[in-house]
Design a protein around this ligand. Structure first.
Ligand code: ZN
Length: 396
């Protein structure tokens, strides 16, 4: 063989081998070169333990204190003696129900009989729960300084009525067995909800299962661990804490919020000051987490400055293809509690200027603009969060 022929043969061989190698890689990309046994083994594994790696998202709408003051109760009284509160939420309903899960803080009790009263020992008619449910409220925290307003029986009945009417609760329980993290699954993500309060207005809590108290921080941490053991991938903790009417978190709030996040919670939904306080997105253990120090009042008849200014905070819980679950996009919608004599209504503030559609509401353009600016300023005091856009909502 001449040198030229030899070289040519080697060249041809090289091309064939390289080509086959390339082809093998190419085909293997589609799994064709995999042996049958390996393929079958894989199929069996998948059947036994299916791993769903598609990214998932749940949008939560978090709202503040749901209060029931005297004038709200009077405003709901019908001629026949029954109570109807359906006028509270028609304007805000689309913004609550667009989210996958809407949460609030239920700060009164349902004792089921007259006299229905507001402050200081709140007792409201059950029909307010129907109005909340109809507006799209899915879940409420019940651990707060008014949990014990109706005594032990009040705690038990409030728990029962809310759950029977289809609103999930956490924070108070009628028995030791029922005091546990509330765990639910939405859009393929398992989520836990836990609620605790700093105080009960000096009313003793005879059995610790009745009201979750922050002073039992060890129990809160155990609840987080229990929720994780039970498969919860994301932990939301509602904390009823801080100082009333203070528009920034105090040292106690900052300390507790940090400790609860460090114990494995992903979101702190703060309430109690009745006015808004800032929010912060933090990164901890490689995950994005959120602290909302105080959401103000979702609805109330409080008249102090800023107690009618609030927001719905929307946050996404996102699960990526690796299975990591954390806080995604965060935005907020400013809201205002409108009061005119006995009429109370929650109003969405979709723009800085009062929209024409709310011409019938007795709110001056100046009041609207000032409240709007206050809300944006307080929530964004530390970090800038965008305003809620309905187009970006999950829509489910
Ligand atoms: Zn409170």
């Amino acid at each position: 063989m001449s040198i030229l022929k030899k070289a040519f043969t080697i060249f041809v061989l090289f091309v064939v081998i390289a080509g086959a190698g390339g082809a093998a890689w190419y085909f293997d990309f589609f799994g064709l070169f995999e042996s049958n046994t390996a393929t079958e083994q894989k199929k069996e594994n998948q059947a036994a333990n299916p791993v769903d790696t598609t990214p998932k998202k749940v949008q939560i709408a978090a709202t503040g204190d749901i209060m029931m003051h005297d004038w709200q109760i009077i405003g709901g009284k019908q001629e026949d003696g029954t109570y109807d509160f359906s006028h509270f939420f028609p304007k805000i309903k689309p913004y609550l129900s667009k989210a996958d899960v809407a949460i609030g803080n239920f700060e009164f009790t349902l004792r089921g009989k007259e006299p229905y009263k507001g402050y200081p020992l709140f007792n409201a008619p059950d029909s307010v729960v129907d109005a909340l449910k109809d507006a799209g409220m899915d879940m409420v925290s019940t651990a707060n300084n008014h949990s014990m307003d109706g005594g032990v029986e009040g705690v038990k009945r409030t728990y029962r009525v809310l759950n029977e009417k289809g609103i999930l609760t956490n924070g108070t329980a009628p028995s030791k067995e029922e005091r546990k993290p509330t765990i639910f699954e939405k859009n393929g993500i398992k989520i836990a909800f836990i609620s605790y309060t700093e105080m009960t207005n000096g009313i003793p809590v005879p059995k610790s299962y009745l009201v979750n108290q922050i002073k039992k921080l060890k129990q809160l941490k155990e609840d987080i661990a229990t929720a994780k053991e039970q498969g919860a991938e994301f932990i939301m903790v509602a904390l009823h804490f801080g100082e009333e009417y203070l528009r920034s978190p105090n040292e106690y709030q900052r300390k507790v919020a940090k400790e609860v996040l460090e114990s494995g919670a992903d979101v702190i939904i703060g309430n109690h000051p009745h006015v808004l306080q800032r929010m912060e997105k933090v990164n901890m253990d490689g995950k994005d987490k959120l602290i909302i120090y105080s959401l103000g009042n979702f609805i109330s008849y409080q008249v102090k400055e800023h107690t009618d200014e609030s927001a719905i905070v929307y946050f996404d819980i996102v699960k990526d293809s690796s299975g990591k679950v954390q806080v995604g996009d965060v935005s907020f919608l400013p809201i205002l509690t409108y009061k005119k004599r006995y009429h109370v209504e929650v109003v969405p503030m979709t723009s800085e200027e009062k929209p024409d559609e709310f011409d019938d509401l007795d709110i001056t353009k100046k009041k609207w603009r000032t409240s709007y600016k206050n809300i944006v300023e307080v929530l964004n005091r530390k970090q800038e969060f965008p305003l809620y856009s309905a187009e970006k909502a999950s829509g489910s």
